[in-house]
Write a protein that binds this ligand. Structure first.
Ligand SMILES: Nc1ncnc2c1ncn2[C@@H]1O[C@H](COP(=O)(O)OP(=O)(O)O)[C@@H](O)[C@H]1O
Ligand SMILES: [Mg+2]
Length: 251
């Protein structure tokens, strides 16, 4: 069964059809990418899937359930975590603390009571610390655990962001342009980390402008242009699709 199904999804902004009758499925365990030029509707699609925006019409099914009307935090609690096109690190917090916030969003003790160091949270706090450190090591930035997150290089901040998303124990991870703002070396690194996450059994839906990253790591690709799906295929076929080539060369 598909872990995510988008059915005839539509979102208007006034007279603009930002996402226009888009349907596709994401099979469990795969990296699926959505590509398209700037303004194609990728971020809007993401916001519709994660519950940050309400569709004008159409359905989003996550693990078989229609998630229409659910709030973003409820959808996150069902097992969908996301990262943002513009990296959002909590300022004044170390890399480790940023990941611990992700654990608290999932944990029993609320974020607030943990911040206030309520006694019933002590055990959980130690667990969260260990878990967060493990995630940073998994994403190969353990040595930066105690560095202020905002002072890290962009590529490392992306890795912290991925660790924070994984701390929510998602079954589906949504990544909005993980290569945005990264140089080619950092992009290749992030690509390797995303593959590692997929190999852990977590399904990845990736929205990306950078073709080289997508071609390297995706199992399947959906192409959006002016809000509409114009192709869906394996990377090799997308690479040779005349319409896709025209869009990317015409930019
Ligand atoms: N909140 C909004 N209000 C009005 N128009 C929007 C809004 N968000 C996005 N759009 C428009 O929708 C289209 C798709 O935008 P977006 O989803 O951000 O594209 P992408 O992420 O592929 O670059 C663009 O024309 C954009 O200007
Ligand atoms: Mg975008």
């Amino acid at each position: 069964m598909a872990i995510l199904a988008v059915e005839n999804l539509h979102r208007r902004f006034g007279g603009l059809h930002a996402v226009n009758d888009v349907s596709f499925q994401v099979a469990a365990g795969q990296i699926k990418a959505v590509i398209g030029p700037n303004g194609a509707g990728k971020t809007t699609l993401f916001n519709l899937v994660s519950g940050a925006l309400t569709p004008s019409s159409g359905v989003v099914r996550f693990q078989g359930k229609d998630i229409q009307g659910r709030r973003p935090f409820e959808i996150a609690a069902l097992g969908m975590a996301r990262t943002y096109q513009n990296i959002k690190m909590f300022a004044g917090m170390t890399a480790l603390e940023n990941v611990m916030v992700g654990c608290h969003l999932r944990g029993k003790a609320g974020f607030l009571s943990s911040m206030l160091h309520a006694p019933w949270t002590w055990n959980e706090e130690r667990e969260v610390l260990g878990k967060s450190m493990e995630l940073l090591e998994l994403l190969e930035i353990g040595e930066s655990a105690h560095v202020l997150a905002t002072s890290l290089a962009f590529g490392q901040q992306r890795a912290v962001e991925l660790a924070r998303a994984l701390a929510m124990q998602p079954s589906l991870l949504l990544l909005d342009e993980p290569a945005a703002g990264l140089n080619i070396y950092e992009t290749a690194e992030v690509g390797r980390l995303i593959t590692k996450i997929r190999d852990m059994g977590i399904t990845v839906l990736l929205v990306e402008h950078d073709m080289s990253l997508v071609m390297d790591i995706s199992d399947e690709i959906v192409v959006l242009c002016f809000g509409e799906k114009i192709a869906e295929d394996l990377p090799a076929a997308i690479q040779n699709n005349p319409e896709v080539i025209k869009i990317y060369l015409g930019e």
